[in-house]
Design a protein around this ligand. Structure first.
Ligand SMILES: [Zn+2]
Length: 455
């Protein structure tokens, strides 16, 4: 086995180089939703990959290309794949940033930039680990495959196309997903799955335009229609009342409940950070975590109707719209839930409410007991000095299902961010020390997985 300490020493000695590389990546905007800087970002990645000797194929799609790369390693019978994305969320609202979102300014040991954590830090920590092996040993412990997409933040519309077209490129022994988080000064999180998502709009129109509000006496108000419909979908205890909504929800297994005990969820800190008096139903401990990670949601994301400007305006809206995101857990499927929402509303006389599906993503969970998952879990303590939090499913959503389900991949998520990285929000940042540790973690996983044996 190669001596990992030599790799760690190399990483420490070259930390400045790695930091500058991340700053360079962050300074290139790559906003998929606004189609800004995408080609330039691809070129930057290709430059880096070519300096590492990666054999690359840029797979064009009708959107942004998917960059696929391979590197040979000593153990030719074991492959490790890294999936990441090179697009970022829009930086708005700009006025809430303390420094330019693409300046990658360093303050208090952190790099502040859109994409610093999500996902450029996560992408680069793996490439930096590859470079460390090449520089120290002139070789990699195992074969590496890289899959970088540029549309993750807009729902990965071309990822399944790639998966169908190149099934051999998905073949692997270990699949490291993007993302992943860490407690500040606390444990790294290793997770094996994500919730699904159904995003819908409920639309109601009762008149062809807004009306004088005296008409409220005789004309149905679309906002009230939506409020009444919404009130049938959830009770005061946060139980979702959509007919059959929980039919396919799998109860957590004993192992899954056990994993909740590894989580270091600081309830008071979270309450303080979010400005909360308490959690729904005053939940706490395992019950709170069970709800957060293993239960589905039906969230009202936005409500638009009538006049909400300053002062009074006696108007009656002609139409109203509600946006809802429903986070799903195994084995709920987006189209199944969409169908249930429709039937639920019809049965209660809300046939005048249109249900429009904006996006859908099934939930996914890998087998937490597979060799790769167990290897990643074992690698955490030597690098971070403490055991990981083992999260069977994240409370969020990515496109894991489209990629992993049909290919039978067991994806494991671990990365470079932390719980206060502000991903998708103003002042996104990465703690430089976390980034450097994430490079060591990626290197450790490469080495240990190259040598890991099925027990
Ligand atoms: Zn993101």
């Amino acid at each position: 086995m190669r001596d990992l300490q030599k790799i760690y020493d190399y990483v420490d000695a070259h930390a400045q180089e790695y930091i500058e590389l991340l700053q360079k990546f962050c300074r290139q905007p790559s906003i998929s939703a606004q189609n800004i800087g995408m080609r330039e970002m691809v070129d930057l990645i290709l430059e880096e990959l070519s300096s590492l000797g990666v054999s690359v194929d840029v797979v064009e799609t009708s959107g942004n290309p998917i960059i696929y790369g391979e590197l040979e390693g000593v153990n030719k019978d074991r492959t490790l794949s890294f999936y990441n994305h090179y697009d970022v969320q829009p930086p708005e609202p700009l006025e809430e940033w303390k420094s330019d979102p693409f300046a990658a300014e360093i303050r208090d040991g952190k790099i502040y930039a859109r994409g610093a954590t999500d996902n450029k830090g996560s992408l680069l920590c793996r490439l930096c680990a590859i470079r460390a092996f090449q520089e120290v040993y002139g070789e990699l412990p195992l074969r590496i495959k890289l899959i970088y997409e540029g549309e993750e933040e807009i729902g990965s519309p071309h990822l399944s196309e790639f998966a169908e077209k190149y099934p051999e490129r998905l073949k692997t022994d270990g699949f490291a997903w993007e993302g992943g988080t860490k407690q500040i000064n606390g444990p790294l999180e290793v997770s094996f799955g994500v919730k699904g998502l159904l995003y819908i709009e409920l639309r109601c129109r009762t008149a062809n335009s807004d009306l004088h509000s005296s008409n409220a006496a005789i004309v149905k108000n679309p906002a009230w229609r939506l409020v009444q419909a919404l009130a049938t979908m959830k009770d005061a205890n946060d139980h979702i009342l959509i007919d059959g909504f929980y039919d396919n929800v799998k109860a957590p297994t004993a192992y899954e409940m056990e994993c909740l005990k590894t989580l270091d969820y600081k309830e008071d800190e979270v309450k303080q950070r979010m400005g909360l008096d308490g959690f729904i139903n005053d939940l706490t401990g395992i019950d709170l975590l069970n709800k957060l990670y293993y239960q589905p949601t039906a969230n009202i994301a936005g409500f638009k109707a009538g006049y909400i400007g300053d002062g009074a305006k006696t108007v009656m809206p002609g139409s109203a719209v509600v946006k809802m995101d429903l986070r799903l857990v195994p084995d709920q499927m987006p189209d199944e839930i969409l169908d249930k929402v429709r039937k639920h509303l019809d049965k209660r006389g809300f046939t005048d409410i249109e249900v429009v599906r904006l996006s859908g993503e099934p939930p996914f969970r890998a087998n937490p007991e597979c060799l790769f998952a167990q290897t990643v879990v074992k690698c955490v303590k030597p690098v971070y000095g403490m055991d990981p939090e083992v999260l069977v499913s994240s409370s969020g959503t990515t496109a894991m299902y489209q990629f992993c389900h049909s290919a039978g991949l067991d994806a494991v998520m671990f990365g470079a961010g932390n719980v206060a990285s502000n991903i998708h929000a103003p002042n996104e940042n990465i703690i430089i020390e976390d980034y450097i540790q994430a490079i060591k973690m990626a290197a450790t996983v490469m080495e240990e997985f190259a040598n890991a044996k099925e027990s």
